[in-house]
Design a protein around this ligand. Structure first.
Ligand code: UDX
Length: 482
């Protein structure tokens, strides 16, 4: 009877399964969310984080993954073979392929797992970019919550793209059309140009990636199910007000990394899938406060050799101090002739005078939080953007794909936290913008960035908007699980 009672008590506890798209930017933010739920749920929620075998191996190898199961009551990892090749594609241009492959190969595996998992899952938090997670969950009768790792602006644009097309605002007709304002995305009429739309909008109105993303967005936008966004109300207020008119159960719990750190009272464990090189921090220790431009283009982007050389010339030409971290394997030849030589410093790495190039992976949160860093040249991935905002570091944005094009516009034009260099790759422009950010307009940007960082931190402290939203989300999870 005692055992039956314990069993009954255990099954009365909500059991949430968190399932991200298997790439770094999604794993990072969804893992922070999973940890937050365990921590704030205080043992009242069981959380299982679903990771592919491949990524879990990397997580175990390069970060302190195990500490989580020890630190949080009721937290565990579940790993599974997602049906993809071990060296699964993580390059930007192939993310749409990844989505397609997972839809056919991972869907059935996930279904099997979801019915078998013990104790039974009472609620799934699925990555909103994988539509099959909700299909399968609802088919089995398990309530679903969608988490979007992207920016609210991007979510909102995709939501309205069918109307944009219907109104004839797409396709874009050549380069001279790029500055035209898009008027059919409510709340963005004053700043959204064709140029700031996701990259796939440049390919016409029948681009398969666009069709896929729009479909997933619409499907994941039922007012009946909660939506979690990694942002805070002071950052995205006007767009969030619009989103909430449609989707009243929108919970903004971010910046997730800062929220977790604030609730833990100490730095959270890393979730890196590469080995973090601490030498960046040692080098930064020797640099003057606010003097270093940190350069990093994220976990998926690929650069052509000619672009890398252009940046190198621009950065060295600017005479500014910089730390450039180049992910191994992230440089391809593109259309360059094979005999175009990369400067040796960019192949081997270099540390001399006022610059350091590291071919490797940085402990980015710590780098941005280092007092020597005064600017960030970024690809405008949403995690990187939030990390820069929390650290109070202004940005130069050079976006590649997905939400990056609109994030860079939002950072420069709406938040006024930096400069947008999109669609330009020219050493003179690089040098000019670096000087503008790091020297000429340094104080102006710094003031703005410090103010926004303060708001970010307040939002995750007790009583702040993200803090309250997490509590409400937990209540909702309990309700949905009962
Ligand atoms: C992409 C999209 O651009 C992003 O907007 C979307 O939400 C997720 O997929 P990604 O290219 O991975 O993301 O960029 P970003 O979202 O910025 O995430 C990269 C993460 O890797 C950040 O948390 C960053 O701190 C970390 N990172 C990156 C490191 O820790 N070290 C590095 O050297 C580079």
């Amino acid at each position: 009877a005692e055992a039956a009672k314990i069993d009954q008590q255990a099954s009365a506890i909500p059991h949430v399964l968190v399932f991200p798209l298997p790439v770094q930017g999604h794993i990072t933010s969804m893992l922070k969310l999973a940890e937050l739920l365990s921590l704030a749920g205080g043992g009242g929620i069981r959380v299982t984080f679903l990771n592919s075998d491949y990524n879990h191996k990397r997580l175990l190898q390069f970060s302190d993954a195990e500490s989580r199961s020890q630190n949080y009551p009721g937290f565990r990892f579940e790993t599974f073979d997602d049906g993809l090749p071990m060296d699964q594609l993580t390059k930007g241009e192939k993310v749409s392929e990844l989505l397609g492959e997972m839809d056919s190969k991972t869907r059935p595996v996930f279904k099997n797992l979801l019915v078998q998992i013990q104790p039974p899952v009472t609620c799934v938090i699925g990555d909103g970019s994988l539509g099959f997670i909700s299909d399968v969950s609802l088919e089995i009768g398990i309530p679903i919550i969608r988490f979007r790792t992207i920016s609210p602006c991007f979510f909102w644009i995709n939501f309205w793209l069918p109307e944009v097309i219907q109104a004839g605002e797409l396709p874009i007709i050549g380069e001279e059309d790029m500055e035209r304002l898009i008027t059919k995305v409510p709340g963005m009429e004053s700043f959204l140009r064709c140029r700031d739309l996701p990259g796939y909008c440049r390919a016409g109105t029948d681009d398969p990636t666009m069709i896929q993303v729009v479909k997933a967005t619409r499907e994941s936008s039922s007012p009946a199910y909660p939506l979690i966004l990694n942002t805070f109300d002071d950052l995205d207020g006007p767009i969030l007000a619009r989103i909430r008119q449609r989707l009243p159960k929108t919970y903004t719990i971010g910046p997730a990394h800062e929220h977790l750190q604030s609730r833990l009272g100490t730095a959270s464990s890393s979730s890196s899938l590469w080995k973090e090189e601490a030498s960046c921090l040692t080098w930064l220790d020797a640099q003057p406060p606010g003097s270093v431009l940190y350069v990093n283009f994220g976990s998926i982007t690929m650069m052509r050799r000619d672009q890398v050389i252009e940046f190198w010339e621009g950065l060295t030409g600017s005479k500014n101090r910089f730390l450039w971290v180049i992910r191994p394997g992230s440089v391809c030849s593109g259309e360059m002739a094979d005999d175009v030589q990369m400067p040796e410093e960019l192949v081997e790495g270099v540390e001399k005078g006022n610059l350091k190039v590291l071919v490797g992976w940085a402990p980015q949160e710590a780098v941005l939080g280092h007092e020597a860093v005064g600017g960030f040249l970024t690809h405008s991935g949403w995690n990187s953007t939030l990390e820069s905002i929390v650290a109070g570091v202004p940005m130069i944005c050079w976006p590649f794909f997905a939400d990056q094009q609109v994030n860079s516009r939002f950072v420069s034009e709406v938040l006024k936290l930096g400069l947008d260099m999109k669609d330009v790759c020219d050493r003179r422009v690089v040098a000019r913008m670096v000087n503008e950010l790091m020297v000429e307009r340094k104080e102006e940007f710094r003031r703005k960035a410090v103010e926004m960082a303060r708001m970010a931190k307040e939002s995750v402290e007790e009583g702040g908007s993200s803090y309250r939203n997490l509590e409400l989300l937990i209540e909702d999870i309990k309700l949905m699980s009962s």
